[in-house]
Ligand binder design. Sequence first.
Ligand SMILES: Nc1ncnc2c1ncn2[C@@H]1O[C@H](COP(=O)(O)OP(=O)(O)OP(=O)(O)O)[C@@H](O)[C@H]1O
Length: 273
Amino acid sequence: MLQLDALSKTYKTGDAALKNVSLRVPKGQIVGLIGPSGAGKSTLIRCINRLVEPSSGKVLLGDVDLAALGARQLRQQRRRIGMIFQEYALVERLTVMENVLSGRLGYVPFWRSWLRRFPPDDIRNAFRLLDRVGLLEHADKRADALSGGQRQRVGIARALAQEPELLLVDEPTASLDPKTSRQIMRLLTEICEERGLPAIVNIHDVPLAQQFMQRIVGLRAGQVVFDGPPEQLTENVLTTIYGAEDWNAMRRGDEEQAEAEADAARRLEAIAR
Ligand SMILES: Nc1ncnc2c1ncn2[C@@H]1O[C@H](COP(=O)(O)OP(=O)(O)OP(=O)(O)O)[C@@H](O)[C@H]1O
């Protein structure tokens, strides 16, 4: 379980990006983090694994306060957290399999990773994960030969290879088209359910969050202003989170997307006839 206690972050520039955020994420729960640009979503995700140093507060993963650890202990504890990025963060010239195995780097001795001699169990597990994300037949392809959706599948398999206790997911679908975005969100949520793995997903796209998340946390100016199930995300609540202007702009965007999808479906139908 993850518990944030009065977590705050003020950057050197004086920007108070997080103000006293407290949050509990139990085992198996997948939480969508929404909010306007600059609300503090990335800062929150990055404070958890200390890619950004919190200014104050606690980050408890189980009974370990990650915010209080020295560098060496932090390195060890970070293995417990899998991270999935918007831009995939793959090593482009390595194969899919090698990228997945790189999730094991925190566990194998340096010489083994340098010689790329991973233990057989790790390799077997990596094949299983590639099968789970639907990329088994691509194991030997270079990462730069894959589509965006396939790359994100590699990113997911790599994070899972780490055998994490928590997943932090930073805008996983921001570089993907709407259909691929839904496929990736479906895969992520199914995998979290299968493994009882808690996750925090920073997600720009509100309809996508409503469709896939069990719980939604709305941030505004560094504070939690909504915390509840997607059904409670009414227009009023969205206006509280985004302000009227932002939310209306986003809704227009959503209509445009829906129109584009309907248009594409009509054209496909016409071709099929
Ligand atoms: N490295 C930094 N140095 C100084 N200020 C920062 C830094 N990173 C973020 N901020 C500030 O902290 C606040 C929160 O930023 P953050 O990137 O966490 O928001 P966000 O909700 O993830 O936004 P977006 O949706 O645009 O990615 C903003 O005011 C931003 O300008």
